[in-house]
Design a protein around this ligand. Structure first.
Ligand code: BES
Ligand code: ZN
Ligand code: ZN
Length: 496
């Protein structure tokens, strides 16, 4: 899909469709929209009066062959209350417009950003919104509707567009949106098409393509490094594990600058192991590598956006299977850090592989850590599919991430990490145990476990179990993988 900046006046454009939005207010036809209304001979005013055009969030009103305009269609999207309007709404408005027009045989459209000249921020939000909305999880369908696609769109401002700012916004939005879809493509793959080895190959190809350093640790190297927690999960499968390490180094690294460690859970399929999951809904567990996919996507975007800090991405990848050699409840494992772990439930495997991933990222020099993982069903109970659960060991670092989430338009909510919860994972026969014994707070227990391995290094854990997968399609996003947390992390790292 081609995305360009439109600097001509929108009223003169003869495209398949012109898209703009209006707000939910007593008279939605004011400001710039009033000019369009005048050109169309008061059509918009009449629609508003009849109650068909209200500006309610994501209301879609399509006008064919609007008199007075050259465009074949005028699509008006509701943008909600003007006081609540922000780049996150703009992303959804643009995305919903694309998905609506795509199914109606439109191939080209102009998206007009309403107020003032087109800013870099607005151009980036629209670009990210349309690219993410264009993703479909139909890769393996053979009867794809090949005539339903958007070939090109241009982004315009009513008051014209400042060329440099608009183009910069589009370029940044492209890197971020494409990287988000890269991550979603990985998550969409079923486990027979995406084993740990295949994930490593794909990560290697991506890193080479964008010019990042990459190293793949195979099962032998993993054993040499004594990653006992990761190996304990992998031993139940005939598929060998991998650890993917992708590194971005800035051109002029500053002495004493932070080194960011991104660690992503990549269980390419989670059966639960010997503590096996119920078969109902188990197919969804192909998404249990979403944390790893997000981190790889972040690296892909950073390669183009070139932040000023070094970033080390570590993705431990394995299957969690109940094979003949699988670990069993009660087994005691020694993590790379030397800590001993009593595995009371083999389905709490994410925290095991992250334990070694985090220890390794620190060993490679990370001074600030973030992990992302589809870690617990408990976070789905607590926050549903709306918010990412955020756990942090350092207030300043956590505050930075939460500010970036806000800026990037991703909903994230801070969760408690009080010392009292530590009791829950004290081991009876080893240093720690991988689940608490019926005390509740499952998402927190998981985070407390990982924290043991981050130690004093400022660390954030993102539990994306509820938000990495859309069970139902949204007007602006297909059903399936979401690529959540990528935009926040890109914002966080590029603003350091
Ligand atoms: N991958 C799952 C997390 C998960 C569970 C995501 C259900 C979405 C829905 C994780 O490995 C897991 O199985 N966690 C267990 C932990 C429990 C055994 C303490 C869970 O949440 O049930
Ligand atoms: Zn599990
Ligand atoms: Zn899992």
């Amino acid at each position: 899909m081609q995305i360009t900046l439109e600097t001509r006046s929108i009223v003169t454009l003869a495209e398949d469709a012109l898209v703009t939005y209006l707000f939910e207010e007593s008279d939605p036809i004011h400001g710039r929209i009033a000019e369009l209304d005048k050109l169309t001979g008061g059509l918009l005013g009449r629609l508003a009066k009849s109650g068909e055009l209200t500006g309610k969030t994501l209301e879609l009103t399509l006008v064919h062959a609007p008199a007075g305009l050259k465009t074949a269609r005028l699509l008006l999207v509701g943008a909600g209350k003007p006081g609540q309007f922000n780049p996150a709404t703009l992303r959804k408005v643009a995305g919903a417009a694309l998905r609506y027009l795509k199914t109606r045989g439109v191939h080209k459209f102009v998206f007009a950003v309403r107020e003032g000249g087109l800013t870099e921020e607005a151009a980036q939000a629209v670009t990210e919104g349309v690219i993410a909305s264009d993703f479909e999880s139909d890769k393996y369908k053979t009867d794809k509707k090949n005539d339903k696609f958007i070939e090109a769109l241009s982004i315009a401002g009513y008051g014209g567009a400042e060329k440099a700012a608009g183009e910069k916004g589009i370029a940044r939005g492209r890197f971020v949106g494409d990287s988000q879809n890269f991550a979603r493509d990985l998550v969409n793959e079923p486990s027979n098409k995406l084993t740990p080895r295949i994930l490593a190959e794909k990560a290697e190809a991506m890193a080479t393509e964008v010019g990042l350093k990459v190293e793949i640790l195979d099962e032998k190297k993993i054993a040499d490094l004594k990653m006992g927690a990761l190996l304990s999960v992998a031993q139940g499968s005939v598929e060998p594990p991998r650890v993917i390490v992708v590194t971005y180094t800035p051109a002029n690294p500053k002495l004493g600058a932070p080194v960011i460690g991104l660690v992503g859970k990549a269980v390419t399929f989670d059966t639960g192991g010997i503590s096996i999951k119920p078969s109902d809904g188990m197919e969804k567990m192909k998404y249990d590598m979403a944390g790893g996919a997000t981190m790889l996507g972040v690296m892909r975007a950073l390669a183009a956006l070139k932040p000023s800090v070094k970033v080390i991405c570590v993705v431990p990848a394995t299957e969690n299977m109940p094979g003949g050699k699988a670990q069993k409840p009660g087994d005691i494992q020694t993590a790379m850090s030397g800590k001993t772990i009593e595995v009371l439930n083999t389905d709490a495997e994410g925290r095991l592989i992250l334990a070694d991933g985090i220890h390794y990222a620190k060993q490679l020099g990370a001074t600030h850590l973030v992990d992302a993982a589809t870690l617990t069903g408990a976070i789905v109970v607590a926050l549903a599919g709306i918010n990412v659960g955020v756990f942090g060991s350092d207030q300043a670092w956590t505050d930075k991430l939460l500010a970036s989430a806000k800026a990037a338009g991703e909903k994230m909510w801070p969760m408690p990490m009080d010392e009292e919860y530590r009791e829950f994972i004290k081991g009876s026969f080893a240093d720690i145990q991988n689940i608490s014994s019926g005390k509740g707070g499952g998402a927190i227990t998981g985070a407390m476990f990982i924290r043991e391995f981050a130690g004093d290094t400022p660390w954030i854990h993102l539990d994306i179990a509820g938000t990495a997968w859309n069970d139902d399609a949204k007007p602006w996003l297909a059903k399936g993988p979401t690529g959540v947390a990528l935009r926040t992390l890109v914002h966080l790292i590029t603003s350091l």
